[in-house]
Design a protein around this ligand. Structure first.
Ligand SMILES: C[S@@+](CC[C@H](N)C(=O)[O-])C[C@H]1O[C@@H](n2cnc3c(N)ncnc32)[C@H](O)[C@@H]1O
Length: 312
């Protein structure tokens, strides 16, 4: 028998759905459909006038959810899209405003566990790492087509790797002699430079950096958050689950900035901008998964949930 959790076990499910403060006849957007865990629960909370739209870059996620639909009264829509372009999806369905939006960042277990997708350094797989298999950037291309300086920037900004210059230069030297096409090749290159066994943390930061670059993840997130402010109704909620500090920092700063009223320069004695607070944070500290949930699902260990409400 197929169980829904075969694709992905949803993280912080109850907390994030509660965070959306759902109105049964509202319109909700799940920006990261994955195996549809959050999407399904959302759909169950709505009545026949409610609408839930699920989007994902990865067509496999859409197919999975299409093949395993929940039996609910609400209207359910599915579209393949980047979440930075969710406005185009709303326009297609003549939807002008929404009551809530959820972003559950990162990868689904299905993506990580599929060796052909190349996300894991634990197996020797092609260096692909595309969430959208139709996009033309792969991790192999980043490695072979970036200059040493560009690679060093990627390792520093997206992997927070100490001495990124050393790693970039080792990769450039190695790829000048041998092709780096698989995670095994890349591991060999790193072992040549740092010795064996290479630390798990080094490889995980390197793979994180490449994955973020391939999928333009940080820019995607920034764009989506800013559009969320524009499209949410007053009282609408934004719920974000991040799994690493780079994503969480963007979310935290974004929510804090929109909660501030005045954006005048500190040297201006009187406020001229008259900007009202746009968002109100529902939780100041990120919500983490319970020990129970982590016991059931290791992936929940690093999850950080932030919730805010549009107040104008
Ligand atoms: C952690 S999974 C979501 C899991 C889902 N909440 C569930 O309960 O099954 C993240 C999903 O977001 C998708 N994704 C990541 N970045 C995206 C983006 N910029 N645009 C659209 N989808 C994206 C990935 O392809 C992946 O399927």
């Amino acid at each position: 028998m197929i169980t829904r959790n075969e694709y992905h076990v949803p993280v912080l499910l109850e907390e994030s759905i509660e965070g959306l403060a759902i109105k049964p006849d509202g319109i909700y957007l799940d920006c990261t459909l994955g195996g549809g865990g959050h999407y399904r629960r959302l759909a169950e909370m709505l009545d026949k006038d409610g609408i839930v739209i699920g989007i994902d870059k990865d067509p496999e996620a859409l197919k999975w959810v299409c093949d395993h639909p929940p039996y609910v009264k609400s209207q359910m829509l599915l579209e393949q899209s980047k979440f930075s372009e969710f406005d185009k999806v709303l326009k297609k369905h003549s939807i002008k405003k929404i009551d809530g939006l959820i972003i559950d960042l990162g990868l689904s277990s299905r993506q990580v566990d599929n060796p052909r997708r190349g996300f894991s350094y634990k197996a020797d797989t092609p260096l692909d790492m595309r969430m959208d298999p139709q996009s033309n950037m792969t991790a192999e291309k980043i490695i072979t087509e970036s200059s040493e300086e560009e690679l060093s920037g990627i390792l520093k900004d997206y992997g927070e790797i100490r001495n990124p210059q050393r790693m970039a230069s080792a990769i450039a030297r190695f790829s000048g002699k041998e092709r780096i096409a698989t995670s095994g090749d890349l591991r060999k290159c790193i072992e040549n430079e740092y010795g064996t066994p290479v630390k798990y943390k080094v490889l995980s930061k390197l793979f994180q950096a490449l994955r973020i670059a391939v999928n333009n993840e940080l820019e995607e997130l920034r764009t989506c958050l800013h559009k969320a402010v524009e499209y949410l109704n007053k009282g609408g909620r934004l719920v974000v689950i991040a799994y690493h500090s780079l994503d969480d920092r963007i979310v935290k700063n974004f929510m804090r900035d929109y909660e501030r009223k005045c954006v005048c320069q500190p040297y201006e004695p009187i406020c001229k901008c008259n900007r009202p607070a746009v968002l109100k944070r529902i939780n100041r500290k990120a919500i983490r998964a319970s020990v129970n949930e982590i016991g059931r699902n290791q992936r929940a260990r690093s999850a950080l949930l932030r919730i805010c409400e549009k107040v104008v």
